[in-house]
Write a protein that binds this ligand. Structure first.
Ligand code: ZN
Length: 127
């Protein structure tokens, strides 16, 4: 059941995966709910502050949004904006926790954006 723009966003985000505010706007418009981009950003910001949405931010790239349950580690292509979720081996996450603990930190679930260039863009750039 939708509850205004935030409710509509929470419904559409799992279907889209990591997406930009513009991507959310297009999907909502296709669902018959045209909203101004400013309203989308306002709703995404409110959902992020409530911990229901995570923003994936990287320098030089558009911010991507995912539902909090889908937050994790993502590869983000700096050329085309392509996104791939990256599953980390348990041993790697355990090592991150141990190294964080050595600095007195409690590590929450790993949530990061790793930037680079995807295979398709690398192939296109090759002579
Ligand atoms: Zn790419």
């Amino acid at each position: 059941m939708r509850s205004g723009a935030p409710g509509a966003l929470l419904e559409v985000l799992p279907r889209l995966g990591p997406t930009t505010a513009e991507g959310v706007q297009r999907a909502l418009a296709e669902d018959g709910l045209p909203l101004a981009l400013s309203s989308i950003y306002t709703a995404l910001g409110a959902l992020e502050r409530r911990g229901l949405v995570r923003a994936l931010r990287a320098p030089g790239c558009s911010t991507l949004f995912v539902r909090a349950e889908a937050a994790g580690v993502y590869l983000l292509c700096r050329r085309c904006g392509g996104v791939v979720p990256l599953t980390l081996p348990t041993a790697y996450v355990d090592a991150l926790r141990a190294r964080s603990a050595a600095h007195g930190w409690q590590l929450f679930e790993p949530h990061a954006v790793l930037t680079g260039r995807c295979g398709r863009c690398r192939a296109a750039a090759s002579p």
